[in-house]
Design a protein around this ligand. Structure first.
Ligand SMILES: [Zn+2]
Ligand SMILES: [Zn+2]
Ligand SMILES: [Zn+2]
Length: 646
């Protein structure tokens, strides 16, 4: 195993939340589309495939072209994981599979697999049948899409492919909601989806193991809110219902068949018993409700579907009861635009036109339910603190509040936090462990280094010593450096540089440095001298050798035929008129200096620079008289034929 660096590339095709506060209640309206794409260790996972209900055109879907432009989603994605049945998390799935053609694995919990098609069909009916919108996906699309889904259990470890593992944890948001843990090699992350850290009567608080994570992507709907006590909100709701039935009114509680309905039902039942109330409570989704009871005298409470009063029995009851100010209608925290629930939330209208023949007078009281199944700021901080991931990313929230929360996470918990824009990519470093193969040569090489460091002075290790070293390898942790070679469909291997050159059939490429350095000459004005170029070169090199030797303690320095040599550093007298390595071209005082063309390898750079400094500062003696010959004017040095091969 080796450890290395990899990057988790996280993009968020869309996760905007335009939560606008409405005239009544605190819950506000929540619309957005969650869809987060994570690339990790070569795997690409789509977390949620949500729909934005504020748009009527294609903007309601995530921009799938960000996944891959050519539209080959099957090879671009490893899998899709859906956290829960809310449309802002699953709404675009049938469109993506049946219209865009994604055919790969899809995972969701068992309850989500049962409930998501109900939500999708409900939405499709409202959009297409009631509002006459262009059909985005059909009932058949929903059915076909769901056939592709693999249901998963809580805490069941799912091996998606040989490298990618996922596991679902209880999120406590709605029935079947999960947080998703994903792991590739040594990189791991959690995507929370929506979650709730406060238990209620029908759902517990989110539960997750203490996992080691590179990244936590968390929702942040209530990034700055510390919600008022649950008790106070419940009391408000019970007071409103009690007041209504006490004065003989009828209470309509439109709900989805699942989720909050159970919570409210248990709450009311309990209260009825304590207060000894007699008014009947009906639950139309569970047992058939006799329609004649709608107009029966006396108070009652009715739970009816669908939750947003978009049709069905809740609409029927609303038509009958809305005109009386004695009656009460409660609204869920969340309603799709275009539904009656949505109209009531956006300020109480006095009249609602259902169609051209039907107009409903609205005089009843309205109570906004604010039982929000999202975690508040304290819950987010608790989860981040508990998991202590290396990085945090906030999604599914409002920008300014997310910025505040980011500040808290970074200062209070000391964890870097990202708040990406829609469609923005964020790269996060993570560690990755991979198994690699290696040759004996590699081990030998690594251990040679260790042994020579331990001053054994032994550069060749026998096989028995090597065997001993391999046995040691298991006991102590050692670092062996090498080059990682990864080829498609082959096990990665780690090799030495020599092995790599052999694999590539290439020769070692060395970086060589060069510089043509001027050196000053003493007594240049003593008249003309006559030397052969060979004699002059030799004399100058000997003079330079003397100077350098006196300043650098190096036993390897010597003059070798036409150059001075020290490790890889070489200096030759350069007589070229225009040398490409020259630091400066000869000035007017050409006689007083001579050029040395120097070259060296990068490993000897430090040594070379020392020598160059000496050459810059030194003034060489007059060349020895022994080398003087007649008719060779030293003053015309630069006119001589070029003695150095280029
Ligand atoms: Zn949700
Ligand atoms: Zn959501
Ligand atoms: Zn030169």
């Amino acid at each position: 195993m080796i450890s290395g660096e990899t990057t988790a590339r996280v993009s968020e095709p869309h996760a905007d939340e335009n939560r606008t506060e409405t005239g009544r209640g605190r819950a506000g309206q929540e619309v957005g589309k969650s869809c987060v794409l994570v690339s990790m260790g070569g795997r690409r996972i789509m977390f949620d495939c949500g729909m934005h209900m504020g748009h009527l055109d294609n903007r309601r879907y995530p921009d799938f072209s960000k996944i891959c432009e050519k539209g080959d989603f099957n090879s671009a994605l490893t899998c899709i994981v859906i956290t829960h049945f809310h449309l802002d998390h699953v709404g675009a799935l049938p469109y993506f599979t049946e219209v865009c053609g994604y055919n790969g694995p899809i995972f969701m919990s068992y309850p989500t697999k049962v409930l998501a098609p109900l939500m999708l069909e409900d939405y499709r009916k409202v959009m297409v049948e009631r509002r006459g919108e262009e059909e985005q996906f059909t009932s058949d699309h929903i059915i076909e899409c769901m056939k592709k889904v693999t249901p998963i259990d809580l805490k069941q470890v799912v091996q998606v492919d040989k490298d990618l593992q996922i596991c679902a944890y209880y999120a406590g948001h709605v029935l079947g909601a999960v947080m998703i843990y994903a792991k590739v090699g040594g990189s791991a992350m959690v995507y929370t989806g929506d979650y709730n850290m406060t238990p209620d009567r029908h759902l517990g608080a989110a539960q997750i193991d203490c996992l080691e994570l590179d990244l936590l992507i968390t929702e942040s709907t209530y990034a700055t809110t510390i919600r008022d006590s649950k008790y106070a909100r419940e009391r408000e709701f019970l007071k409103a219902v009690h007041k209504c039935v006490a004065s003989g009114g009828k209470v309509l509680i439109p709900t989805f068949a699942l989720g909050r309905a159970q919570e409210l039902c248990i709450l009311l039942d309990d209260y009825w018993e304590r207060m000894n109330l007699m008014a009947p409570i009906y639950f139309s989704a569970v047992c058939p409700f006799d329609r004649s009871l709608l107009n029966a005298p006396g108070p009652c409470v009715l739970f009816a579907t669908p939750g947003m009063i978009s049709g069905g029995f809740s609409l029927e009851a609303f038509k009958q009861w809305a005109p009386s100010e004695k009656n009460l209608v409660t609204l869920p925290g969340y309603c799709v635009a275009g539904t009656i629930g949505h109209k009531l939330m956006c300020g109480k209208p006095t009249q609602i036109n259902l169609d051209k023949d039907t107009c409903i007078n609205v005089r009843c009281q309205i109570h906004q339910l604010s039982f929000s199944p999202h975690t508040d700021a304290k819950g987010i901080m608790d989860l981040v603190g508990f998991l202590s991931p290396k990085h945090v990313m906030l999604v599914h929230g409002e920008k300014p509040k997310m910025a505040t929360l980011k500040g808290r996470i970074e200062t209070e918990l000391g964890i870097p936090c990202f708040v990406p824009e829609n469609n923005e990519c964020v790269q996060i470093p993570s560690s990755q462990h991979i198994k690699v193969a290696f040759q004996r040569e590699f081990l030998r090489n690594s251990f040679n280094l260790d042994l020579s460091n331990a001053s054994h002075g032994q550069h060749c290790v026998s096989d028995s010593v090597l065997g001993h070293e391999i046995a040691e390898f298991g006991r102590e942790e050692r670092t062996a450096e090498g080059i990682l070679v990864m080829e498609k469909n082959k096990m990665p291997k780690i090799v030495t540089q020599d092995e790599l050159l052999h694999i590539l059939g290439a020769e070692e490429h060395l970086v060589q440095m060069a510089c043509c350095c001027p050196v000053k000459l003493k007594n240049s004005d003593t008249g003309e001298r006559n030397l052969s170029s060979g004699q002059l070169t030799s004399a100058l090199l000997q003079l330079l050798l003397k100077e350098v030797k006196s300043k650098i303690a190096c036993s390897f320095i010597r003059v070798n035929s036409d150059h001075l040599e020290m490790e890889s550093f070489k200096a030759r007298v350069c007589l070229k008129k225009l040398c490409p390595h020259r630091l400066k071209q000869g000035g007017c005082d050409v006689v007083s200096e001579v050029f040395f063309c120097c070259s060296w390898l990068l490993i000897d750079d430090e040594l070379a620079r020392k020598v160059l400094c000496i050459m810059r500062d030194v003034e060489l003696e007059e060349p020895n008289q022994n080398y003087l010959l007649p008719h060779q004017p030293f003053g015309r040095l630069l006119d001589w034929p070029d003695p150095i091969p280029t």
